[in-house]
Design a protein around this ligand. Sequence first.
Ligand code: PEP
Ligand code: MG
Length: 571
Amino acid sequence: MRTIQGIAASPGIAIGPARVFAPEDLSFSVSTPADLPAEWQRMTAALQTARTQLQEIGQQAAAQLHPEEAAIFEAHVQMLEDPEWQAAMQTAILQESRNAESALMDTAERYAAQLEALDDAYFRARAADIRDVARRCLRILLGKPQPDVSLHQPSILVARDLTPSDTVLLDKSRLLGFCTAEGGPTSHTAILAKALGIPAVVGAGEAVLSIATNDLLILDAHHGVVVIAPDEETLQRFERAQHAERDRAAQERAHAAEPAVTRDGRQVEVVANVGSLDDARHAVEWGAEGIGLLRTEFLYLDRQTAPDEEEQYHAYKAIFDVMGQRPVVIRTLDVGGDKELPYIDLGKEENPFLGWRAIRMCLDTPEFFKTQLRAILRAALGHDIRIMFPMIATVKEVQQARALLEEAREELRQKGLAFGERIQVGIMVEIPSAALMADALAKVVDFFSIGTNDLTQYTLAVERTNKRVAHLSNALDPAVLRLIARVIEEGHRAGIWVGMCGEMAGDSRAIPLLLGLGLDEFSMAPALIPHAKALIRTCDLETCRQLAQTALTLPGYAEVEAFLAASSPVV
Ligand code: PEP
Ligand code: MG
């Protein structure tokens, strides 16, 4: 028996045989071809074959009803066709006399490295996409077959790392878990595992590569541990834990569609954070009572031109239709800062997180903003839709955004287009100034949704992607808790509801505390909903109130964490 420590990327316990996805040998030599135009032709032929393969896999993904994965392959085709990249390869071959393999890999690596240097998980993930596309072309140039990822029995997949295209072809019904040598909590493998609700341990190092297919493995993805060839006693212990976990999860799922009411009768809404049509479908399956945060960025990124009103209308309507009469809070575009859009000049900023982003950018580009507002208003017809503005810092911004919303309505009336009339308008409270001005803001909106991811970043002055200062970043810090308490109190004083859509809302340690502070709505990743509801049903509100009041008086997050771990709000 051996154990390897990695990073827990998607919780749970998996036990089963390993299926090792062996690293491919894609080594190549660097040479100077005699016939350079013929070499360039070899390159363009490989690009053409890659495009055909990608279109086929994309169609396969679409046929399996995975539109997000299909979109990944469309994005890969676009990368292949990128004129800048093609020109760089052409120069490397025709002018620098490089062979196709080295021209391809060097240029791809250059682009990937540029993206990877950006402090943003989204762009780092795009770097993996570029490498994925380049490896596909390289495989074609070398005449090697596409990798075999078939699973003949339920297995734990072991790999160096997995690319998006590896995982599309996987038979997910036989997948017990993932174990990778590389990758972090935001890698493609981690995101996929969370979406599928299966355990994953990533970044476990080279030792993972010594595992052989059919070795018996235990993945303890609560603690990031991989056990290879466990002894009988360990195996039994984990089997018991897995059974208990499955029983509990099955129980929770069986009651996921029921309301979340505390023991003493306080009902709160438990809703989902959603970033795509697929997420919306999952949300319903996991018992979401609605959507508390629909991030609309998915429509705007990864493309060369802005989506027009028609495209947006159809995309939003598809999601609203899945949700039926359940309420949906749709957030207007939250890009800018470090998330660039090729079709809007965002300029270079010293401190992008403090820069021209989200509502600030939208208010400065009213026609662009109103296109989204008109699409939302039209799609809202017949649904319970709430519009939410992100990154609000001042009352004036809300007034300006509402004025543009009114203009969008008027434009639709002029055109004779039908739209949803009764729409609540709210804001994300994720900047400390908004939390401090909650009393004034509550007078101009219908609801607040607290964004603890950014609120923590701005309150503690810790950039959320900066690993060096990550130890300072904790939403349980009393400074953040005091702002949350204030927002809820002021919202209620003005008679509006207050929700939360930051990660904290789905954190089971924080839920009793948030109940005690009076939060009305909890919005989280769909898979967290059944457990959150089960937890709320065990809570006693009065005990939670006392718990919250004590937490607010503690000096730091370490004390809050220790206090929460030691106190149980459960009667
Ligand atoms: C937040 O800031 O808490 C939030 C939910 O928004 P995002 O993570 O999209 O910035
Ligand atoms: Mg935010």
